[in-house]
Each structure stands twice: as structure tokens, then as C-alpha cells.
Write a protein of this length. Structure first.
Length: 123
């Protein structure tokens, strides 16, 4: 008698949050935050590691549409965070998460400057 094939159940995958693609229209209340950070001399590697540690947990947050980290090609030790949040309130919530509070508590030892500006998409 031939063996019956049994169906294997796959675990349901959690739904992924939609990431915003370049050129895509953002939700009405969405804000973009551009942050440029400059590392203290000798702290470049540690700063990069700390920033990388923010990326994963931040991307998983409700309302995070984009959270990307860039390293400057022209200026060693300079990093850019490109963040898009569903609203300014959602970003405020982000600033109270454990991973952000950990980053915020230790950042001054790693950076010489931080310039952050919120932007609103117009086209």
C-alpha cells in the first residue's frame, strides 16, 4: 500500500511593514529625518557599530517607514541616518524605546557633532 503524503504546515510569517520606495508618495503626516553625525577621533568604528545596532530594532517599530544608515565617501567618520516616520508623534515614541535610550545615553562619548532636520515631502 503506497504511503500517503502528509501536508506539512508552514509557520505563518509575520507581516512585514511596508518600506517606502524611492519616488513613492508618502502618507500625509509622514516626516523624514536626516541626521548627520561626525565621530570623535578614534571612535569611528564604535560609532558605526552603535548606529548599526539601532537599525534593526528601529525598522521593526510601528510607523517606521525607512531607517537607513550611510557612511560618507568623502569625509571619514561621518554618518547619515535617513529616517522616514508615519508621523512626528511616531518618531517621538521611537525616542522612548529601549534601543534609542541606550544609544542616546552613550552617544556624546562617540560624536563631535550631530545635525538633525525634519523634512516634509512636497513632490
Amino acid at each position: 500500500m503506497p504511503r500517503r503524503k502528509t501536508k506539512t504546515r508552514r509557520r505563518a510569517r509575520p507581516k512585514r511593514r511596508k518600506r517606502v520606495l524611492s519616488g513613492e508618495k508618502l502618507p500625509k503626516d509622514a516626516v523624514t529625518l536626516i541626521v548627520i553625525l561626525r565621530a570623535r577621533e578614534g571612535q569611528e568604528t564604535l560609532l558605526e557599530a552603535e548606529l548599526r545596532a539601532l537599525v534593526g530594532p528601529s525598522r521593526k517599530e510601528e510607523g517606521c517607514l525607512t531607517f537607513d544608515l550611510h557612511r560618507s565617501v568623502d569625509t571619514p567618520g561621518s554618518f547619515l541616518l535617513h529616517e522616514v516616520w508615519a508621523s512626528r508623534d511616531v518618531h517621538t515614541d521611537h525616542m522612548h524605546t529601549p534601543h534609542f535610550l541606550r544609544w542616546n545615553a552613550g552617544k556624546d562619548a562617540l560624536i563631535t557633532s550631530r545635525d538633525g532636520t525634519f523634512w516634509k515631502q512636497i513632490a
